[in-house]
Unconditional design. Structure first.
Length: 414
């Protein structure tokens, strides 16, 4: 039952890719419910505000994390390479930097497009036109308010098997009016999450880059980073995902009220949380389905952000574990826009869904909080119980191409 600090460099690279993909699992888990409850127009608007609310904040955080600064296109591309919106391999993004203020990128294969094409041209246009236009600019503007992303070509694909799937130009227009940060970005920025300070791990001489201060590398992959840098980057990927959750809840709350936002966020946690638990178990080769395996998954699960959400686990005996929540930054937020705020005394469907993704006879049983604990659950396995059926929220996500996507093993880097 290892923590992030105890994983090897190679394991952190594997975990980093899973944390990046989790950003897309969050959409697969939430946006269908937004569509069903609020309609297609609201689903599109929420998707835009979700990414616009989070990406400018986490782009700057990642720049500070790996020490790359500037206002040129190379800096923008470095940010794209470390953005959960562009999970490596799932989004096969290629780059060419033509000049300090001009470059192109293209998606040789886009997992998000392959997910959406099955729903027809209207769904493709919604994602590749209505959503991408403002959100690509919002990500670039975090580096330079006069930066722009413009399509060279994009879906719907003609012919239907066209490769690359899309092609974009990124440039700095010095004569352009600076784009202003969106209102939802300013709101997300006021949260404790946006400014959470994560302690940097020390260098350990494992090799690799400790930062990304050097020139832009179009072939960058996570394996280029040192173990310490990978640990920091994995933490920042978790921040990115939780900023997306916060922005989505704010956007839904504006349209339908906080009760609906909490309802949809709970469904999102159940669906994405269960699928991520199964993926983590497989990706990290966690053996068995006993208490030790369940706690090993929970310890590294992207639902929990160490240093922000004070959630921890421990094994009490061979047949029982404990999950608890302590006072933390997440509980000091002024609103309820985050997954931690969904926890209360009593059972929680998302916690059960995550442990049952490892063992369908497991559950999280509410327990009396002691000491510094605010809330607590015993993690148990009832060998006599019938296996729990996957909840419909998890089945919705599990049926997606995103949930089934298999990363290729990457060659180690010196």
């Amino acid at each position: 039952m290892r923590s992030l600090e105890q994983l090897s460099r190679a394991e952190l690279a594997v975990l980093g890719r899973e944390y990046m993909l989790f950003g897309h699992l969050l959409n697969r888990a939430a946006l269908p419910h937004v569509h069903l409850q609020l309609g297609a127009a609201a689903r599109e608007a929420v998707a835009i505000e979700e990414w616009m609310g989070a990406s400018p904040i986490y782009t700057r955080r990642m720049q500070r994390c790996l020490g790359f600064t500037g206002d040129d296109v190379g800096t923008i591309f470095k940010g794209f390479q470390l953005d959960v919106g562009f999970p490596h391999q799932y989004m096969d993004v290629r780059y060419r930097l033509d000049a300090p203020e001009r470059g192109v990128f293209w998606l040789q294969s886009c997992g998000a497009l392959l997910e959406v094409e099955q729903y027809g041209e209207a769904a493709v246009r919604s994602m590749c036109h209505a959503i991408e236009d403002p959100t690509f600019d919002a990500s670039a503007v975090a580096t330079n308010p006069r930066a722009r992303c413009r399509p060279i070509h994009r879906p719907p694909r003609a012919p239907a098997d066209r490769v690359p799937h899309c092609h974009w130009e990124v440039f700095v227009d010095r004569a352009a009016e600076p784009l202003q940060e969106a209102a939802i970005t300013r709101r997300v920025r006021t949260s404790r999450l946006a400014g959470v300070a994560l302690p940097p791990p020390g260098a350990d001489g494992s090799g690799g880059w400790d930062d990304y201060r050097g020139p832009f590398d179009p072939d960058f992959r996570l394996e280029h980073l040192s173990r310490a840098a990978l640990e920091r980057v994995c933490q920042e990927f978790l921040v990115q995902n939780h900023l997306l959750i916060r922005a989505l809840m704010l956007s839904v709350g504006d349209r339908a009220g906080d009760a609906v936002a909490r309802e949809i966020a709970t469904k999102q946690w159940i669906g994405a949380g269960a699928v991520a638990a199964g993926r983590l178990r497989a990706a990290l080769g966690i053996d068995g389905d006993g208490i030790a395996a369940i706690l090993a998954v929970l310890r590294l699960h992207p639902a929990f952000l160490p240093g922000y959400a004070g959630i921890d686990v421990a094994q009490a005996d061979p047949h029982r574990g404990r999950l608890w929540l302590e006072e933390c930054e997440a509980l000091r937020e002024r609103d309820g826009h985050g997954w931690t705020a969904l926890l209360a005394e009593g059972p929680h469907a998302a916690l059960d869904a995550m442990v049952q993704a490892v063992n369908p006879r497991a559950r999280c049983v509410p327990a009396r909080a002691t000491g510094r604990e605010r809330l607590a659950w015993n993690v148990t396995i009832d060998a006599e119980a019938d296996p729990a059926a996957p909840p419909p929220e998890a089945l919705l996500v599990a049926g997606s191409n995103t949930a089934r996507f298999a990363f290729r093993a990457a060659a180690p880097s010196a």
